[in-house]
Design a protein around this ligand. Structure first.
Ligand SMILES: NC(=O)c1ccc[n+]([C@@H]2O[C@H](COP(=O)([O-])OP(=O)(O)OC[C@H]3O[C@@H](n4cnc5c(N)ncnc54)[C@H](OP(=O)(O)O)[C@@H]3O)[C@@H](O)[C@H]2O)c1
Length: 329
């Protein structure tokens, strides 16, 4: 049995519920691997799983993203072997640890050109940007020059999407909560940035697009941005909801979508897109190519030792981060 430190909660609640505990880690079973982590990614979903917005059985080991070295593989695992560099975004939670056993399906080999820290930072956030910009599209798709609105554009998913959208020729209008965040996202390729703490983003979107609106809104903020975001869309536009950083979206009557221009609404989650090993690999290859070609830089703007995970969560929830955050070992 290997020993590992792991971050665990016994009940949903604030950052103070997270404890560093000692756990024993056994051998991988069929379809599983054991991986020794080199770095761990921090994600807003970890906050939902900790707080109880997403209810999970207790006790719960947190964390959805990491990189490391494969130590052992169970029967039936053919795409990985002991000694491989690897990275993942994956269910079930439990990535906030030194070593773990987990399903191999969503773990991919990490190219030598990508460091462990970058690998840990980019998988969940980068695969999300990938499926949003490549697979979550309005009728007729997106063409170079099209306007899209992307909320929280200076965050982890946001800064990856900003750069990728630019590489695709899209005019990304981003929102962020401070002038500094707006300047950062602009410097990385956002066509326009709106400080939605100060400015009315609906009025600004209408102004920037000459009254036409955007083809897609990518909205991870949820409660605070939902209503006005619908009004930012062109007729037949797509409201792509993928998060709830400000709280969940309230129930609504579908009739409003007709009145606002026959709009489409979808709620997406990465875990549907990476449900199979084949789709995970295909999306990861696309992400690795975007990163190794230099089109997308994975910015790690915050690092916290694993033992300071409470502080990491407080900083993320207080909107004090930009780009990606990792936990170091
Ligand atoms: N569905 C999926 O497949 C999927 C996958 C990955 C991530 N997500 C979602 O995408 C979003 C971004 O994830 P991330 O890990 O990269 O986080 P992040 O963007 O680095 O952090 C969240 C950001 O949301 C903004 N925000 C707006 N209102 C907020 C509030 N009341 N409290 C806290 N933050 C608020 C803040 O930016 P400003 O200060 O600029 O407003 C904050 O920095 C999250 O909502 C996450 O759940 C969804």
């Amino acid at each position: 049995m290997a020993k590992s430190k792991a971050v665990q909660i016994r009940k949903h609640g604030g950052p103070e519920e997270m404890e560093l505990v000692d756990v024993e880690v056994g051998e991988p079973g069929p379809g599983e691997i054991r991986i020794r982590h080199k770095a761990i990614g921090l994600n807003f979903i970890d906050v939902y799983q900790r707080s109880g917005l997403y209810q999970l059985p207790m006790p719960l080991n947190l964390g959805m993203e990491a990189s490391g070295i494969v130590e052992a593989v169970g029967s039936g695992v053919t795409h990985l072997k002991a000694g491989d560099r690897a990275a993942y975004a994956s269910q079930p939670p439990g990535a906030y640890c030194e070593v773990r056993v987990m399903p191999a399906k969503c773990v991919v080999k990490l190219p030598d050109a990508i460091s462990f820290e970058t690998g840990a930072a980019m998988m969940l956030k980068g695969l999300t940007a990938q499926y949003l910009l490549k697979r979550t599209l309005p009728q007729g798709g997106l063409q170079a020059g099209d306007f899209v609105l992307f909320h929280a554009a200076a965050g982890g998913v946001g800064l990856i999407a900003v750069q990728w959208a630019k590489a695709l020729g899209l005019q990304l209008i981003g929102t962020a909560g401070s002038e500094e965040k707006c300047a950062l996202a602009k410097s990385l390729g956002a066509a326009h940035m709106i400080n939605y703490g100060k400015e009315d983003f609906l009025a600004r979107v209408k102004e920037i697009t000459g009254g036409k609106g955007v083809k897609v809104v990518y909205d991870s903020v949820g409660k605070d941005t939902w209503d006005k975001s619908l009004d930012c869309l062109q007729p037949f536009g797509l409201m792509a909801s993928f998060g709830n950083a400000s709280g969940p979206v309230a129930p609504f009557a579908p009739g409003i979508l007709g009145n606002k221009g026959s709009l489409y609404v979808t709620r997406q989650t990465l875990f549907t897109h990476i449900a199979t090993r084949e789709s995970t690999q295909e999306m990861a290859d696309d992400l690795f190519a975007a990163v190794t070609s230099g089109k997308v830089e994975i910015r790690i703007d915050q690092r916290f030792p694993l033992a300071q995970v409470q502080e990491a969560h407080r900083t993320l929830e207080a909107r004090k981060t930009t780009g990606c955050t990792i936990l170091t070992l």
